[in-house]
Design a protein around this ligand. Sequence first.
Ligand code: 6R9
Length: 578
Amino acid sequence: MNSMQGELIPATQANTNLGDYETARQSFQWDEVEQQFSWHRTGFINLAYEAIDRHVEEGRGDKTALIYSDAEREESYTFAELQSWSARFANVLRKHGITKGDRVFVFMPRSPELYISILGAIKAGAVVGPLFEAFMETAVKDRLEDSGASVLVTTPALLKRVKREELPELRAIFVVGATPEQAEAEGAGIYPFEQEVVSVSADNAIEWVELEDGLILHYTSGSTGKPKGVYHVHNAMIQHYFTGKMVLDLKEDDIYWCTADPGWVTGTSYGIFAPWLNGVCNLVLGGRFDPGAWYSAIEKYKVTVWYSAPTAFRMLMGAGEEAAGKYDLSSLRHVLSVGEPLNPEVVRWGLAVYKRRIHDTWWMTETGGQLICNYPSMAIKPGSMGKPLPGIEAAILDDQGNVLPPNRMGNLAIRTPWPSMMRTIWNNESKYAEYFRIPGWYVSGDSAYQDEDGYFWFQGRIDDVINSSGERIGPFEVESKLVEHPAVAEAGVIGKPDAVRGEIIKAFVALRDGYEPTEELKAEIARFVKEGLSAHAAPREIEFKDKLPKTRSGKIMRRVLKAWELHLPAGDLSTIED
Ligand code: 6R9
């Protein structure tokens, strides 16, 4: 197994919210966490109320809730201001006929309006669907269509990627940054966001719901089929709140920065819900990754808790110690990572350069919140994801559902249920059922092992899902786009190991007759995917082949492509076509 298993980085903070891990685990009750919420007094439930309004009612209205910063804008909003803006947007939605359970999608870059829209939609009782700004026409259409979204909030630039004529259920589109004239020129059903929100009141905005009512729909990739809509309910807030306290170690005066975009689950669960449920000031940095801008934000806003991802840490490492040395990073108290394996050398580098431990956390879109983590009060084994949260039972199972002993690799599984567990896959109950095929367990799709000390070690995905820069990409979605290109007869897509991004997307392509395998054609095919689907789904490498390995039923054998790529034996070829 891992030769680094014995390396231990001791806890550095004595006084934390969790305290001693083993003690916390033994005494833990989810019921006690639930008691923290106001619905036990009032009987009224809505996550947006607990995240924003409750703090105003309890006297924290003047506290800064959101700091937003990019190259053009720098703004801050108090809890009272967010309460009022989100209430207004909820009333706009109501005016346009939105009721509990309707799907309201947001498709725009990070901005205060994005956060206000998400909170407002939740206040109105709608199910929010966040779409990453890089999505192109096909990706946007697939998700809006599958969810049956009736409202979209977007920007003038991104509106061009919305195929309105093919989405009959989409009734209203609110455009941020459009004047009433510009909106009108776009035709029926297009409204100027800013004008709409100032034209309604901020009163009586909240739709009270049940804990099991819909909250958010995050589309994510599997190995087969189109992206699936992972459906979460308000009850998830119990886990968001609890992990915010115990894993992010949030305290009242923290300045918290999560680098993820709300188009991905980390950007909502931990970029919106966890910090605000804990009443903490949340920094949102717009724009692209840039080492100088990132370090400068930590210095300027005195960030205390920082949640990012291995690719970002590796890129910061690539920028060197000098880049970090130019800034005062001493405000940082707690640093965390999620989304891909966190290399031990990154942890060691963080310790040397930031003088901080980087705490890895493991979870998925489907789990809604963190499950296996390194806690501030616990010794870290670099390369390990840590231990299960109090209240969570994790195990390594074989394919028959037997629990395996320590140091045996198998399926990483979680005992069901937990508060933020997904409640269905939208329009796809059978896909949902696949995760629960072993009675009593959620089977994650990751393989891992647990060592004698109870630490979990990630080994890989069991399916073909690609993880590039922490973003999940389904090979099928990319292959489907590739074969739409006139030159492409067949395509197979794999993740190729990459030192910075974890994996990159590599496509094997067989051309139709009459097309020459040129470098220009490669670039054109890559551009075709980028413009049709999204930049992060475009292959960084394309290799032409005369023929691709297929099963007799015609499925491309990605495992053979991967073996070619890695110069490994291709394994059992008994199902191959010829
Ligand atoms: C939150 C998020 C989930 C997949 C997951 C796994 C990988 C996440 C990880 C990790 C190694 C970690 N993953 N955290 N791999 N170490 N700490 O990332 O959700 O986008 O759904 O991805 O990401 O393979 O199954 P999501």
